[in-house]
Write a new protein. Structure first.
Length: 334
């Protein structure tokens, strides 16, 4: 490759030129009063409150460039933050992104990340309003998300009551299946793995299942499923001071079961403890009809903790950063 044709790097382009490049031509959402370019951004807060969440992804720990394209990593970074905002019953309004990267990072990697960040921010209803760009030894992405409650009460993990129905919206287990395919020596070109690989690379939180609820009952408690269904329902149960029993038959996924056979794996474990799908799990008043996109999977009772079909589940319940395997090939996002 000649000197003139080799890819440009971040070092060659420079910080401010790169910032101008990734911001050029972007259209801000209506709630953004002032976007990138000043000392700070300015967001409208018609409700008088903000919901705020932050998350970080580190190369080799949470993503790998040999598994995912930069645009997919960018989308994933926003999706996991937007899901946290929506899980509070708020609409995402703006995202602030801090990026650390080595000086020899190709510019195409950064522009690809930016395209993904903007694409998923738009799908969630917000936009990128600012951030920071620094030199670091590894690629690191930190996102802070802001959301607007629109005058409604926040939906926390603490509102579940005895007799409530436990329900989920979105897929469960498919991101874990994709991770298993990546790490298990599968033929990644085989069509059977396409959906699982896509689910791991770019989670698809069903934002509308929460934000477009019109009339009827609202969830009494809500969380996104990032660390694993049992783990996240455990957080909800602890916050609400109740117990949850999950019905395994309601979670059965024949397609996922067939895929698990190819990898000599347990589909039920993917569903119960896999995490990273960023589905939503919530509780609904007893007898209330569930909105479109939601399916019942269990019931709230007296006591504490989470059981499956009345029994304490065997095996792992989910992900916790400092108790997980110290591996740089897991791809887990927590």
């Amino acid at each position: 490759m000649s000197e003139d044709s080799r890819p440009r790097t971040v070092r060659e382009l420079g910080e401010f030129a790169l910032i101008d490049l990734i911001n050029a031509g972007r259209e801000q959402a209506a709630q953004v009063l002032l976007g990138p370019g000043d000392d700070a951004a300015l967001l409208a807060a018609p409700d008088g409150r903000f919901v705020v969440s932050t998350d970080m992804l580190v190369e080799g720990r949470h993503f790998r460039l040999d598994w995912s394209a930069p645009i997919e990593i960018g989308r994933k970074a926003i999706a996991q933050n937007a899901a946290d905002i929506v899980a509070m019953g708020a609409r995402p309004s703006g995202f602030v992104v801090a990026l650390g990267c080595p000086a020899d990072t190709p510019v195409a990697v950064v522009t690809g990340l930016a395209d993904g960040l903007w694409a998923e921010a738009g799908r969630a209803g917000g936009s990128i309003v600012g951030g920071d760009l620094v030199r670091s030894d590894h690629l690191v992405i930190s996102v802070t998300a802001f959301g607007d409650l629109g005058g409604q009460a926040a939906i926390t993990r603490a509102g579940a009551g005895i007799g409530d129905t436990v329900a989920v919206a979105g897929e469960l287990g498919w991101s874990a299946a994709g991770l298993a395919a990546f790490t298990g020596g599968a033929d990644l070109s085989a069509p059977a793995f396409a959906h699982a690989l896509a689910a791991h690379r770019v989670p698809q939180p069903p934002y509308a299942a929460v934000l477009d609820i019109a009339g009827g009952a609202a969830p009494t408690a809500l969380t996104d499923v990032s660390d694993g269904l049992l783990a996240d329902l455990g957080h909800l149960a602890a916050a609400s001071g109740i117990a949850i029993d999950v019905h395994s038959a309601a979670l059965a996924d024949p397609e996922l079961t067939a895929l698990a056979r190819l990898l000599d794996a347990d589909a039920a474990q993917w569903i119960l403890a896999g995490g990273e799908d960023h589905a939503f799990a919530g509780t609904w008043p007893a007898g209330a009809g569930l909105p479109a996109g939601w399916r019942p999977i269990g019931v709230v009772g007296a006591g504490s903790g989470v059981t499956v079909d009345g029994a304490v589940p065997a095996g792992g319940t989910g992900w916790e950063s400092f108790r997980g395997a110290d591996s740089t090939s897991t791809g887990r996002n927590r």
